[in-house]
Design a binder for this molecule. Structure first.
Ligand code: UDP
Length: 356
């Protein structure tokens, strides 16, 4: 039996962990120990995902919430090091590009424990993003790298990472989407409660630091989404970081309807029935495509470039008043059909490699 310690801490990681933990369990050859750093700790940013996606409760809770990047990553490392020494795992499994990812990878690499990175090779080529730093470092510390797309694999090859370490398995979020599709379809309560007509509303999410921490961009975003909301309902589940940033900047929404962060099933119910999605989230861009809903990415660049090439996604950096026009003109458009994220069995492929 092999022991794999999985380190997670932020919302998108819970969604990625769900299918992989299941697949690892099914192999019968891997004992997974789940460590939650506490990076996200509110009920609706954490617990709800464990409940809805049937993830076993974490074996270890590090309770490192808040603080700046240095303090947060540092205290995660401080708590992870003795734990990994005690558990002496065969590998440490990390996901995506958060501070929890980097902390897990750094501590493991220094203890000579092989690092496994799921969703490796993504690049925005914008080092002003904390996520870009986290993923670059993690990829170069990892011994086994699982990529979602051709582009991600090519990025790693260009950076000199050895071909044998890289396994292109597809995207685990696509696995989650398929796994929970039926349950999400049955979830109509929120649409009814919000009096939304399928295909007659826009779903928006905003949480990237480059948007929330820049008052000018935040103002342009609020203005753009308000303009859209003059035409049709806009629903915005408000990330805690964005809520704080709006208060700091003295900004608020009038027409846009903000709600608390949603559980995964409610979120998918809204995504799949929206007329368009406007987002700066990485995961939500992909999910828009899974449900074939046109997407506008509220950033200067995206890591998921294939969606722009296929015509399902377009960039609308929040400045110069282009947001509303981009969102309104995306409605009703369709891209080319393709399967850039694999067949929905990325988790099975990951488990096979790790058990082998
Ligand atoms: N999500 C959710 N509720 C929300 C907003 C997002 O369940 O209110 C889900 C979304 O469906 C996707 C994931 O969270 O699966 C994306 O996470 P996030 O946008 O926080 O991070 P990113 O993908 O940008 O790293």
């Amino acid at each position: 039996m092999k022991t794999v310690v999985t380190v997670v801490g932020a919302r998108p990681q819970f969604i990625k962990v769900a299918p992989v933990s299941r697949a690892l369990r099914l192999t019968g050859g891997v004992n997974e120990v789940l460590v939650h750093t506490g990076q996200h700790f509110d009920f609706n940013m954490s617990d709800v995902f464990f409940a809805e996606l049937e993830i076993d409760p974490p074996d270890h809770l590090l309770q490192v919430g808040g603080g700046g990047h240095g303090a947060m990553t540092g205290s995660m490392m401080q708590k992870l090091e003795p734990l990994l020494q005690e558990l002496a795992p065969d590998a440490v499994l990390v996901y995506g590009d958060t501070n929890s990812t980097l902390a897990g990878a750094l501590v493991a690499a220094k203890l000579h424990v092989p690092v496994v990175h799921v969703e490796a090779g993504l690049r925005s080529f914008n080092r002003a993003m904390p996520e870009e730093i986290n993923r670059l470092m993690t990829d170069h510390l990892a011994s086994i790298l699982f990529t979602s797309t051709d582009v991600a694999t090519e990025n790693l090859m260009r950076e000199g990472i050895s071909r044998e370490s890289v396994h292109q398995v597809g995207d685990v979020m696509f696995d989650s989407a398929l796994l929970f599709a039926e349950r999400a379809k049955a979830r109509n309560a929120l649409l009814v409660e919000l009096a939304l007509e399928p295909g007659r509303f826009v779903l928006a999410t905003v949480h990237r630091a480059e948007n929330t921490d820049d008052p000018e961009r935040l103002r342009a975003l609020v203005g753009g989404l308000e303009q859209v909301a003059a035409e049709l309902p806009v629903i915005l589940p408000l990330h805690p970081r964005t809520r704080n940033a709006l208060a700091r900047a003295g900004l608020s929404f009038e027409r846009v309807r903000t709600v608390e962060p949603l559980g995964y099933l409610d979120m998918v119910a809204l995504e799949s029935q929206a007329a368009a999605i406007a987002t700066d989230s990485g995961g939500v861009q992909k999910e828009a495509f899974f449900y074939r809903v046109p997407c506008v990415t509220l950033r200067d660049e995206t890591e998921w470039v294939e969606l722009v090439e296929l015509g399902w996604n377009r960039l609308a950096p929040p400045r110069d008043g282009g947001v509303a026009e981009a969102v309104l003109s995306a409605i009703g458009t369709q891209g080319t059909d393709a399967a850039p994220y694999g067949s929905g069995n990325a988790a099975g492929a990951i488990a096979e490699v790790l058990a082998g």
